[in-house]
Design a protein around this ligand. Structure first.
Ligand code: GLN
Length: 332
């Protein structure tokens, strides 16, 4: 990694590091790909790709990096950011909380006040999708695709095959949406919102595009590849906070302690992490553990966090702001 503040990271060094990490983690076996996706495209369960994009716009990828995969639950974090940006903080908080649920992602429970616990479990993600402005399903999805594409610096689209597979198995998500409608939380027709939510889950990306999305979040909302401001700073701060506390399903606490990077995983084996001010990381490997997180993805993030000292709670001098306020003496 570069040490000089004005010198850009060398992409070849990054690629060499990623190639080493892939070799190191490839042998990690265990886990099974999600059964409902396996029949969609005959995807090789041993596919494996890793990419990074730094906040100064340097990109590197390795492995099966040209293959596209569905965002799945990773989309929940991105849609939350778009909802915050479009609606503002308070209107979103009135509809969906920010507390870890401690239960599985598709749990059929709501807060006592009727709100889903957080936007990264299915109930909260369905609620959040409904907050995207637009008169109908198509309008909401057009806006989301535009924002997702801005974050990725690429034109993204929905995989119809994945969406068809999702729609054929949507009973539990429909149950969640009806539950929200019964609690007067969903303003719209429940089945329409579920169709939209499943379409956002079916947006396909390459690992490099996913790393760029993460890097835009890490860079305070400015896409480091296109130079475009996509999200405001408070939006990415709020989004990363929820990713940190809730992004890895009911393994989020362990992830926070061991890896220390705000992240979001998906049932396709996708994993995206944002290290504020530093870089975005993405991995894709379809074999999942019991909590639904990619087994090798966890291995990649553990290794990169240790190698590059990325744990966001590592000890560092954070007194600069206070020193400025107190005239230079705070903290000695
Ligand atoms: N589309 C999936 C669902 O809602 C997403 C699940 C996931 O990635 N955990 O069932």
């Amino acid at each position: 990694m570069c040490t000089h503040p004005n010198k850009k990271t060398d992409p070849r060094r990054l690629e060499a590091e990623l190639a080493e990490v892939i070799e190191q983690v490839r042998g990690t076996d265990g886990g099974e790909p999600s059964d409902y996706l396996a029949d969609v495209d005959g995807r090789d369960p041993d596919s494996f790709a890793v990419a990074v994009c730094t906040t100064d716009g340097v990109q590197a990828d390795e492995g099966d990096e040209s293959r596209a995969f569905a965002l799945q639950s990773v989309s929940k974090a991105v849609t939350y950011a778009v909802a915050l940006q479009e609606r503002g903080l308070e209107p979103v908080l009135q509809r969906v909380g920010v507390e870890p649920s401690g239960a599985a992602f598709n749990e059929l429970t709501l807060h006592a006040d009727g709100r889903p616990y957080n936007p990264l479990i299915n109930a909260g993600a369905i609620m959040t999708h409904a907050l995207i402005p637009g008169d109908d399903e198509q309008a909401r999805m057009r806006l989301l695709l535009q924002r997702y594409s801005d974050l990725a610096a690429a034109e993204l689209s929905v995989s119809q095959d994945v969406l068809d597979a999702e729609l054929a198995r949507a009973h539990r998500n429909l149950g969640l949406a009806h539950m929200l409608q019964a609690a007067d939380m969903l303003p719209d027709d429940a089945p329409e919102v579920v169709r939209g939510y499943l379409a956002q889950c079916s947006v396909e990306v390459t690992v490099s595009q996913l790393a760029t999305m993460a890097a835009t979040i890490a860079a305070g909302g400015v896409n480091p590849v296109s130079g475009e401001r996509v999200l405001e700073e408070w939006v990415v701060q709020q989004t990363m906070s929820v990713m940190f506390s809730c992004g890895m399903y009911d393994a989020s606490g362990q992830w926070m302690a061991e890896v220390g990077i705000p992240a979001k995983s998906g049932v396709s084996g996708a994993l995206m992490g944002a290290v504020p001010g530093a870089l975005g990381i993405a991995s894709w490997s379809p074999r999942l553990d019991g909590q639904g997180n990619s087994v090798r993805g966890i291995g990649v993030f553990e290794e990169l966090s240790a190698r590059w000292d990325l744990h966001v709670l590592r000890h560092r001098d954070a007194m600069a702001g206070l020193r400025e306020i107190t005239g230079g003496n705070a903290g000695g």
